[in-house]
Ligand binder design. Structure first.
Ligand SMILES: NC(=O)c1ccc[n+]([C@@H]2O[C@H](COP(=O)([O-])OP(=O)(O)OC[C@H]3O[C@@H](n4cnc5c(N)ncnc54)[C@H](OP(=O)(O)O)[C@@H]3O)[C@@H](O)[C@H]2O)c1
Length: 240
C-alpha cells in the first residue's frame, strides 16, 4: 500500500474538481460604460453589446458628443461624460487612444474605484513601413491602467477586433476569439462572459496582465495582414 507523506494520517488528499472554464457567470444585468465611446472602437463595442441586450453607456470628454453618439446608435444606449459614465457603470471599457490613456485614467481614479475595467488600448506607432508596437514604461497599456487605478479591477480584452466589422449592421456574426487577461479569475470570467454575448465571439483566458504587451502588440501584425489581404482579420485559438 502506498501512503501520502504529505497528509498527517497518510491518506491521499482529495483534489478539488477543476472548475469548468466554460462555466461563466450571467452578466446580462451589468451596465457597461465605454470611455471614448464616440470613437470607432468604442462605438462598435457599444453597438454590439447593446444589440445583445446589455445596458450600455457611451462616455466622452463632452456629454453632448456622447449623447449624440448614443442617439445615433439607439438600442437604449445612453451618453454621459466620461466621469459620469464611469460612475454609472459596473464594467468600464477603456477605448481612448494611447496618447490620452494615462491622462484619462488618472482623472477618473475615484469614479473607477471598485469597477471592473477592461482596457482595449493598443499602444502603436505608425511610419511609412506600417504599424509597430510601442513599449510603454509600465510594460503595456493594461499595466499602466493597473498602476494608475489601484482601487479598480483591471483586465484587458477586445484588442484584436475590427471596428469596421463591429460597426457594420450588415454583419450579423463576428467569428473571432477575444483574449482576456487579468489577475482575478472571477473578473476574467466576467469579461469572457461579456465577449460571449456578441454572436460569433468567445472570450478566452490568455494570462495575467504581465503578458498583455504581446497581445496589444499583435495588433501591429493584424494591421499588416489587413493591408496585404484587404481584410478585417480576427483570431481563433485552436484546440480549446
Ligand atoms: N479602431 C480599431 O479597430 C481598434 C481595435 C481594437 C482596439 N482599438 C483601441 O481602441 C482605442 C480607441 O480606438 P479608436 O479607433 O476608436 O480611436 P479614436 O476614434 O481616435 O478615439 C476614440 C475616442 O477617444 C476620445 N479621445 C480622443 N483623443 C483623446 C485624448 N487625447 N484623451 C481622451 N480621449 C480622447 C474621442 O472621444 P471624445 O472626443 O468624444 O472624448 C474619440 O472619439 C485605441 O486605443 C485603439 O488602440 C481600436
Amino acid at each position: 500500500m502506498t501512503t501520502d507523506a504529505n497528509t498527517p494520517d497518510g491518506a491521499a488528499a482529495a483534489k478539488p474538481a477543476a472548475k469548468d472554464p466554460w462555466d461563466l457567470p450571467d452578466v446580462s444585468g451589468l451596465v457597461v460604460g465605454v470611455l471614448g465611446g464616440t470613437g470607432d472602437q468604442g462605438r462598435g463595442l457599444a453597438y454590439r453589446l447593446a444589440k445583445a441586450g446589455q445596458q450600455v453607456i457611451i462616455g466622452s470628454r463632452s456629454a453632448e458628443r456622447a449623447q449624440a453618439a448614443a442617439e445615433e446608435l439607439g438600442l437604449g444606449v445612453r451618453g454621459l461624460d466620461n466621469a459620469e459614465c464611469a460612475r454609472a457603470s459596473d464594467i468600464v471599457i477603456v477605448a481612448v487612444p494611447w496618447d490620452g490613456h494615462a491622462k484619462t485614467l488618472q482623472a477618473l481614479r475615484e469614479e473607477l474605484a471598485g469597477k471592473l475595467v477592461i482596457d482595449c488600448v493598443n499602444p502603436l506607432g505608425f511610419d511609412k513601413k506600417g504599424a509597430y508596437a510601442l513599449k510603454p514604461e509600465e510594460g503595456s497599456a493594461a499595466e499602466q491602467a493597473a498602476a494608475l487605478l489601484p482601487d479598480s479591477r483591471v483586465t484587458a480584452a477586445f484588442h484584436h477586433l475590427s471596428a469596421v466589422l463591429l460597426q457594420d449592421p450588415a454583419v450579423e456574426r463576428i467569428d473571432t476569439d477575444v483574449m482576456v487577461l487579468g489577475e482575478s479569475r472571477a473578473d476574467t470570467d466576467i469579461v469572457q462572459a461579456l465577449a460571449a454575448r456578441i454572436p460569433g465571439m468567445r472570450g478566452i483566458f490568455a494570462g495575467r496582465l504581465r503578458n498583455a504587451h504581446q497581445v496589444e502588440s499583435l495588433v501591429a501584425n493584424l494591421i499588416s495582414v489587413n493591408r496585404r489581404y484587404k481584410a478585417h482579420a480576427g483570431l481563433r485559438v485552436t484546440d480549446v
